[in-house]
Design a protein around this ligand. Structure first.
Ligand SMILES: Cc1cc2nc3c(=O)[nH]c(=O)nc-3n(C[C@H](O)[C@H](O)[C@H](O)COP(=O)(O)O)c2cc1C
Length: 743
């Protein structure tokens, strides 16, 4: 829902925002250009009397002095009965250059404020500022969700292509865009008098009586006390008395207020301060335009320039997601359907299964409506059965297209369709296999639903299990149903094996560390002209999906390095009958594999320098080594790892010794199950209870990677040692300080 909302708002706002941001970016140059044509430094220490005295040496017929927000000084004067304006040097009072207001910038300002129209244009500009605010906030929430929480917003981003560019750029430009949007919205509300602009002080001109008769000439301006007491940095404008009127006075406007100055005595008359709302208005105008804050102007301008790029990359991401969703040519209307299929998916493969089911049911004569789970309606008047197909993500959580399903269901008075069947898609590698599907099944039963078929789960997109479920569904519906699903491979990058280290080679289950690099000639020649082959972007702990030859189902492996390390590294144990692990173990140097990256943002070290306790067994060491390798800031890292025999499978032993020596690893506690005291990693944890208690009390984060049994034993051992601290694994998990990557 959030993604859809973000996409629709983006479409509506794109055109509006392109005009607003491009004109805003150009306008942001104005303060810096003006600043470069004015001379400023000397003006900061002067008072207005001194400045006016210097100017008087060169401009006998001066009428007005103005200090621009940039700090430059303008002088308005008469020459040969012609009104003129010059930039002057505050240091000497001499002319720098004639002043010419830029017609281009005036036009641009009108375009930016009102699209060169009147009230409708101003309304559109206000709406544009509002859309920018909405997009900035919804985009931040999306990013926070992708990164595993708002406090992880600054973590390195995973993914590649336009999606990654979009997120990366949005993160950089976010503050500038938020500031522009909020201040722009405020200025719009002031334009439409929804908020007060405040008033600039405008005191009544005083009547002065002449000190002497016949009239004496007015005092030299440098001697006027009120002007001496006003620093130039406070000045907005000084208007001189009319030369032929001996009763006229100086009119002085500063940032704080307005007053008059007696030209004979130098006394300040009728001072009036600007009101508070005006102060707020002036400050917000300054923050929006960057006038007087040229660096802020340039920063806002650069942030605004990000908007067209965000529009293009956002559009590409939207298009790619749309393309990945199957086209359902025969999708019935929700109100006319007798069968409703709701889909929970993050990376879209479940949509492929939904389409196979949709087509088969349609061919069998059903009117089928297929939609994302988040679009569940309160009422389907004709529907007789609801079929829910959903994946599970994160730590047993809902995928993107289903993250509001359970709350929607709670808000609906009566279950929209009584008969239902849930089919869960997941991966046994993960700790909570198909847990979200279980939750959905339980929730539907609790709401009084009637199970058409018991919950079924599908491991790693098995087409066979899907076909068997289809047969049973057909029986429940009273007709034959054949589900022949042909998996669709997601787009991949081709890499080649460049290095391998093999361990335990004499056993049936050897382990290898495999390193891959980009395949130089994997791209068409015309694309190689502008970009050479390179690795996709990933961080240690992300997952890489690898297709064995002729397989449409990818196997996921945890990454032992980041793309900035220049290779893609995984640690693989060969399993009896494991198609992908056997393929990888037989791979020769130079041979290719096809991969894609699945970000795993929740399995990462928290930012900062708090200690890390890394726990793993067997190949679970992969991502943990990646975290240690990238520990350039030398935060304390304590590694607990379990293997079988140090002579045969001490994975990464040489690297780990190097990391201990250079300070990237603080302590290494290895346990071996087939030699010596035949211990497991949880035994090392229990034996080190006290130092571990101290580390966790100091805020340490625990990251566990490896088999499910190991993870359970480690959690039990940690629960025991945490009890005296009145903590347990669950509370650490809730605080994001205990993360697992378990298979
Ligand atoms: C980061 C990540 C986390 C996952 N978490 C789980 C999980 O907790 N439980 C599970 O059974 N499957 C999990 N999976 C596997 C997916 O549910 C499974 O691959 C599913 O078929 C994906 O469907 P989709 O392509 O429609 O999103 C996870 C996959 C990824 C990439």
């Amino acid at each position: 829902m959030l993604r859809k909302f973000h996409s629709i708002s983006a479409w509506l706002a794109t055109l509006l925002l392109l005009v607003l941001t491009l004109s805003g970016a150009l306008l942001s140059l104005a303060p810096a250009i003006e600043r470069s044509s004015a001379e400023l430094a000397a003006s900061q220490q002067l008072n207005v009397a001194e400045l006016a005295d210097r100017i008087a040496q060169h401009y006998p017929q001066v009428e007005q002095i103005e200090r621009r927000p940039s700090g430059g000084i303008l002088v308005y004067y008469q020459q040969a009965n012609e009104a003129k304006v010059d930039w002057v040097s505050p240091a000497t009072g001499q002319a720098l250059a004639p002043y010419q207001a830029s017609a281009f910038f005036r036009w641009l300002k009108n375009l930016h404020r009102s699209f060169l129209l009147d009230t409708p244009g101003r309304l559109a500009a206000g709406a544009g500022a509002f859309m920018m605010l909405v997009l900035s906030v919804s985009g931040t929430l999306l990013l926070a969700r992708q990164q595993g929480g708002i406090h992880h917003l600054l973590r390195p981003l995973a993914g590649s292509g336009s999606k990654r560019w979009h997120a990366e750029l949005a993160r950089v430009a976010l503050l500038g865009l938020l500031l522009s949007a909020l201040t722009g919205l405020y200025l719009s509300t002031v334009t439409f008098e929804l908020l007060p602009e405040g008033t600039q002080a405008d005191p009544e001109p005083p009547q002065i009586s002449l000190p002497l008769t016949p009239p004496t000439p007015i005092a030299p301006i440098v001697s006027l006390a009120a002007l001496q007491a006003t620093p130039v940095s406070e000045l907005e404008e000084l208007i001189y008395p009319y030369p032929n009127d001996p009763t006229d006075v100086y009119s002085l406007r500063t940032h704080q207020g307005a007053s008059f100055v007696n030209p004979y005595s130098g006394e300040q008359l009728a001072y009036q301060a600007h009101d508070k709302p005006h102060g707020v208005y002036a400050l917000i105008t300054k923050l929006h335009t960057g006038e007087g804050l040229w660096w802020l102007g340039l920063w806002l301008g650069l942030s605004a320039l990000a908007v067209p790029v965000l529009a293009v990359t956002g559009l590409q991401t939207w298009w790619q997601r749309r393309k990945a969703m199957p086209k359902l040519l025969t999708n019935s209307q929700a109100k006319a359907a007798d069968t409703v299929i709701l889909v929970g998916s993050e990376a879209n493969s479940t949509w492929g299964f939904a389409r196979t089911l949709h087509d088969a049911l349609t061919a069998a004569g059903h009117a089928v409506h297929t939609a994302p789970m988040n679009s569940v309606a309160a009422h389907y008047p004709q529907a007789k059965q609801l079929l829910v197909l959903t994946a599970t993500y994160g730590d047993g959580d809902a995928p993107a297209s289903a993250d509001h399903f359970l709350s929607r269901l709670r808000a609906i008075n009566q279950l929209p369709i009584a008969r239902f069947a849930v089919l869960g898609f997941g991966d046994q590698q993960f700790c909570h296999f198909c847990r979200f599907a279980e939750e959905v099944d339980t929730a539907l039963l609790a709401r009084g639903g009637e199970s058409l078929l018991a919950l079924e789960t599908i491991d790693r997109q098995s087409a066979q299990t899907f076909a068997r479920w289809g047969t049973r569904l057909g029986e429940a519906l009273g007709h034959e149903l054949v589900l022949e699903h042909k998996g669709v491979r997601v787009p991949t990058t081709r890499l080649q094996l460049v290095d391998r280290v093999d361990y335990d080679v004499n056993s049936d289950t050897p382990t290898s560390v495999l390193r891959f690099a980009a395949m130089p000639n994997s791209r068409p020649a015309w694309r190689r002209l502008w970009r050479s082959a390179r690795l996709p972007h990933f961080a240690a702990g992300d997952l890489v999906g690898i297709y064995a030859p002729h397989s449409t189902v990818a196997r996921l492996y945890s990454l032992a390095c980041a793309s900035s390390d220049g290779v893609l590294e995984i640690c693989v144990r060969k399993h009896a009958g494991g198609e992908c692990s056997s393929f990888l173990h037989h791979l020769q140097l130079g041979e290719p594999i096809d991969v894609f990256i699945q970000p795993h943002p929740t399995f990462r070290p928290l930012l900062g320098d708090t200690p890390l306790i890394l726990v793993g067994a067997g190949t679970g060491i992969g991502p943990l080594v990646g975290f240690i390798r990238n520990n350039q800031q030398h935060r304390p890292i304590h590694l607990y790892w379990g293997g079988r025999d140090p002579q045969a499978d001490f994975l990464y032993e040489t690297e780990l010794q190097g990391y201990l020596a250079d300070g990237r690893l603080t302590q290494l506690h290895a346990a071996f199950s087939r030699v010596g005291d035949r211990s497991y990693v949880q035994h090392r944890i229990t034996a080190n209870s006290e130092p571990l208690q101290a580390l966790i009390a100091a805020g340490a984060q625990v990251l566990v990677c490896g088999g499910r049994n190991m993870a359970t034993s480690v959690a039990e051992a940690l629960d025991q040692l945490l009890a005296p601290l009145e903590l347990n694994v669950q509370t650490l998990k809730t605080a994001g300080r205990y993360r697992e990557d378990v298979y």
